[in-house]
Design a protein around this ligand. Structure first.
Ligand code: PLP
Length: 416
């Protein structure tokens, strides 16, 4: 097992062996083998993650930090050990830069309230893009309401790519922060984040990346990206729900006030003065999700053992196959056709509501997501209320994509 995904040799993955690690995949749904194609909403967990959580509860659980008894020390070691694993996984400089949160949503809210609220004022601007998940829109709207700042949105084109010329134009003297998704959940577009960050840095503007859809599918190196904040969720990267991460550059985090108060985030409390804890605990008030962190650490080990470059390569092959077979379905239109996109296919079938599509293919044991995917502005841009979305993980197969295409052909015939 490698600590660094880049050191894993790129070999063809043994998909059957990998699938054997995921107990949930081996079941029938509505009398057909499950084809789980809803990974962008939440991926499944390998036995290694389930076992790590179970072992933690079965052997090591106690509250963390400051406990002198053995179980508390074991729990603390497991909890802080997971932080170190995550730090290595995204190549942050220090464990102080890894803050546990409930997920991407909470991580972005933390930045909006702790970084944004004290700094923003009338007329300041937060620059986002049209492609954002609601989690990277609404926290900024809230802080804009609180401070008088303004949300500015970079438009996109018909393929689902942000307009870099517009981004450059909108990145102005009033821009205080750029916040954008690394990979779009609704369309699969991989944003040109290196380019965007370079432009922002030139003007001294910090950048937050919403990495919820990137971290499970590609190597992410926050030092190489040179971003200031990076947010992601455990449950999308084969770990538990209710745990996620905010990476923040240490010098910026050190300057931010806590956003929630309580136990664990303090060094000393008096009625006249309270001394806050050091990083990263300053941002972790209350008993944390210890088992979630332990499970996420196991997920990182698992991803390392498979190799992120292998995963990216496997998913690109799957995407190519799935795109080809879906394009052959009469009346199907793919929404989001950016080159080099992630293995997410949003589509509509002429004359059939996406919810009907989702329900019908579920009868064939195929799980896809239908709706606005928490990206209503994207739907509005393409003039549709909703899409159907198949999103792949490395454990999916070409045969599952074929089954989806066949089920969609049948769906069309039912509505003809
Ligand atoms: N950002 C993106 C791009 C997402 O896809 C999601 C979830 O779908 C989120 C943010 C929110 O993640 P969570 O609900 O885990 O906080």
């Amino acid at each position: 097992m490698s600590a660094n995904p880049d050191t894993v040799l790129t070999t063809d993955l043994d998909i059957d062996a990998l699938r054997a690690d995921f107990p949930i995949l081996h079941q029938e749904v509505n009398g057909r083998p499950l084809a789980y194609l809803d990974n962008a909403a939440s991926a499944q967990r390998p036995r290694q993650v389930i076992d790590a959580v179970s072992h933690y509860y079965g052997s090591d659980h106690a509250n963390v930090h400051r406990g002198v008894h053995t179980l508390s020390q074991r729990a603390t070691d497991a909890f802080e050990g997971a932080r170190t694993k995550v730090r290595r996984f995204i190549n942050a400089r220090s464990d102080k830069e890894i803050i546990w949160t409930r997920g991407t949503t909470e991580a972005i809210n933390l930045v909006a309230q702790s970084w944004g609220r004290p700094r923003l004022g009338e007329g300041d601007e937060i620059l986002i893009t049209w492609l954002e998940h609601h989690a990277n829109i609404v926290p900024w709207q809230i802080v804009c309401e609180q401070t008088g700042a303004r949300l500015v949105v970079t438009p996109m084109d018909d393929t689902g790519q942000i307009r870099l010329d517009e981004f450059e134009r909108l990145l102005g003297p009033k821009t205080r922060l750029v916040a954008l998704g690394h990979v779009s959940n609704a369309l699969g577009t991989v944003n040109p984040v290196h380019h965007v960050i370079a432009m922002a840095k030139e003007r001294g503007v910090p950048v937050l990346l919403d990495g919820a859809q990137a971290v499970p599918h590609m190597t992410v190196d926050v030092q190489d990206l040179d971003c200031d904040f990076y947010a992601f969720s455990g449950h999308k990267m084969f770990g538990p729900t209710g745990i996620g991460v905010l990476y923040g550059r240490e010098s910026i985090l050190a300057d931010m006030p806590p956003w929630q108060g309580g136990g664990d985030m303090i060094l000393a409390v008096g009625f006249d003065e309270t001394v806050y804890n050091e990083l990263p605990w300053k941002f972790e008030a209350g008993t944390p999700n210890i088992a979630g962190a332990v499970g996420l650490g196991a997920a990182v080990d698992y991803l390392d053992s498979v190799g992120m470059s292998n995963i990216a390569r496997r998913e690109a092959t799957l995407l190519e196959h799935a795109t080809r077979v879906l394009e052959e379905v009469p009346g199907l239109r793919i929404i989001g056709t950016a080159p080099g996109k992630a293995a997410v296919i949003s589509f509509i079938l002429e004359g059939i509501h996406p919810h009907d599509i989702g329900t019908i293919v579920d009868h064939e044991g195929i799980a896809i997501r239908t709706g606005h995917h928490c990206a209503m502005p994207v739907m509005e841009y393409f003039g549709v209320p909703a899409t159907a979305r198949a999103s792949f993980a490395f454990y999916n197969t070409e045969e599952e994509a074929d089954r989806l295409a066949e089920a969609l052909v049948k769906t069309r015939e039912m509505f003809a």
